[in-house]
Write a protein that binds this ligand. Structure first.
Ligand code: SAH
Length: 228
């Protein structure tokens, strides 16, 4: 019987193998330890979120272009931000910068409801269609200026911003629940950004520096001055 071989003689299977390798080589050794995050990263078919011509590169250790001058974040960055949100499963999460929809797909496995906002209309539409086609039912995709957060749906237990701002947009703090986590890159587009985690706790705000990363600039009202 070689049923296993039959099943594995497919592109889907080789993508699955690439996904496993990504987890073992790019994520685990660099400090991604949350088992739920590792499982989510091993489950979401990243090849479905990149342009057709780049499918074979979907699991490479870098960001990839998705059109409109934007990128799908590097797998490690997605996993790191998801881990930083410290999700247990019952949270409502706001993602700013849907891009391809990949980050939202990973988050959908870690929390109960995801709202993802994208500024560029064609990306917003494409991400919405893709997430619906792939069957992600707990994600709502919206088009708009996510630098304002999403006041009509606040508060959120987690807010993750996948593009860098210079100053912290205040709406995010206002829209964070008690105990909620905000993960956001802040800094200059040219000199690099530092990823921060803000935790709201009994009227106080805890701040942690999570390291240096490179992100595309946050557009919109509270976005990077250089590109406003
Ligand atoms: N999470 C995405 C990463 C995309 S890169 C993924 O997994 O593919 C960051 C995205 O943020 C880009 O698509 C960019 O258009 C978007 N963006 C930038 N400024 C924004 C804003 N003010 N509101 C919403 N989206 C924004």
């Amino acid at each position: 019987m070689n049923g296993r071989d039959d099943r594995c003689n497919s592109t889907a299977c080789s993508f699955e193998a690439m996904r496993r390798r990504m987890v073992e080589e790019q994520l685990r050794p660099r400090g991604i330890q949350d088992p739920r995050v590792l499982e989510a990263m091993a489950a979401v078919p990243r090849e479905e979120f990149v342009p057709a011509a780049l499918r074979e590169e979907a699991y490479d250790d870098n960001p990839l272009p998705i059109g409109a001058g934007q990128t799908i974040s590097q797998p490690f960055t997605v996993a790191f931000m998801c881990q930083a949100l410290q999700l247990k499963g019952d949270e409502k999460v706001l993602e700013i910068g849907a891009g391809s929809g990949y980050g939202a797909a990973v988050l959908s496995k870690l929390a109960s409801r995801i709202l993802t906002v994208e500024y560029i209309p064609e990306l917003a539409e494409e991400a919405r269609r893709r997430l619906a086609r792939l069957g992600y039912r707990n994600i709502e995709g919206r088009e708009g200026d996510g630098s304002l957060g999403c006041p009509d749906e606040a508060p959120f237990d987690g807010i993750v911003v996948t593009a860098g701002a210079c100053d912290l947009p205040l709406p995010y703090l206002e829209q964070l629940s008690e105990g909620g986590r905000l993960v956001i890159p802040l800094g200059s587009q040219y000199y690099g950004q530092t990823l921060y985690r803000f935790i709201r706790h009994q009227g106080r705000l805890g701040i942690e520096n999570l390291g240096i990363f490179v992100f595309v600039p946050l557009l919109g009202r509270y976005g990077l001055e250089e590109v406003r």
